[in-house]
Design a protein around this ligand. Sequence first.
Ligand code: PLP
Length: 374
Amino acid sequence: RPWNFSAGPSALPLPVLEQAAQEMTDWHGSGLSVMEMSHRGKHFLQIINEAHDDLRELLSVPDDFEILFMQGGATAENAIIPLNLIGRQGLGKADYVLSGIWSEKSCKEARRYGDVAVAGSSGCASVINGLSQAAFTWFPEPAQWQLRDDAAYVHLCSNETIGGVEFVNWPDLNALGAKGVPLVVDASSHILSRPIDFSNVGLVYAGAQKNAGPAGVTLVMIRKDLIGHALPHCPSAFDYANVAASGSMFNTPPTYAIYVMGLVFKWLKQHGGVAAIEQVNIQKANALYNYIDASGFYENRVHPSVRSRMNVPFFLANEALNTTFLAESEQAGLFQLKGHKSVGGMRASIYNAMPLEGVQALVSFMQEFERRHG
Ligand code: PLP
């Protein structure tokens, strides 16, 4: 199979696809495809319960957090979050940290539901540790965030899929003067690629289609005391209290997507869990960034302190070669390397399902391309 560097929906582990194919028409002797099962029957209940339990185990989700499987992707969560949280204690306010296109979209959507302010933004050029950085190639320093102590929550995106900016040292907002204000994190594009420290967060959410499974299911991990504060006009199916009380089955859930996601969780457990995959992800990211940095032919423009392990945007020094690079890479079995249109250049997304071998194949191709065109 070709190596698939798509930003999402992205490659799934081959053993997962093979198992799903094998079980397609008869799941575990039930005589049914998972697609045909009642979501309330014992077979599907087993599938969804195991998926909940495996996710809790993989990410060590604390007992005071609820795990919800929802629909509508992270985009729907951008509305569902304010609908559920902004009215908490009648506060009506939320602060957003802007670090790229995805956090900007989250902020824009939230403005429809309350008083939303920008706590910090990297949307302008800056000099960080002596390096000149363009807009959205760095992350706003928490110590400089403008936080309101009466905000209902603070939102950030911990991995900007388009810009390739990853921010993992989630600060304790109490220490920044926002006492008791929960942090809400969009972790869509690096969920399960590394451990999560839940001590400083109130809610983590992620669309599944990058690291967790097929599109159609959204993961929400929410501290239990944050449930039950939905605005009166919040749709019932999006009220966290209803989703939690019904075991993520307030309405028919995306059963097949949940099943495949459950297979991904089992694959991850068999490979040593999140701590083990993190080590592979570090090797992969190092292999690619080290090569790019050593080459004068390619360039990554993100500040080294916040470079994403999952999404690596890069540019050819001679942009006139972009079309040739993409055509030749595809011929070499390296798919979907075109950068997002807002950034340009190339982007290699190297999620959990991409083995080190795939990244090595990319680096070899890049070396060979440089040799021929450099
Ligand atoms: N947030 C991030 C970081 C993303 O990468 C994406 C999609 O790529 C989204 C939000 C939107 O997710 P969805 O398409 O699942 O609504």
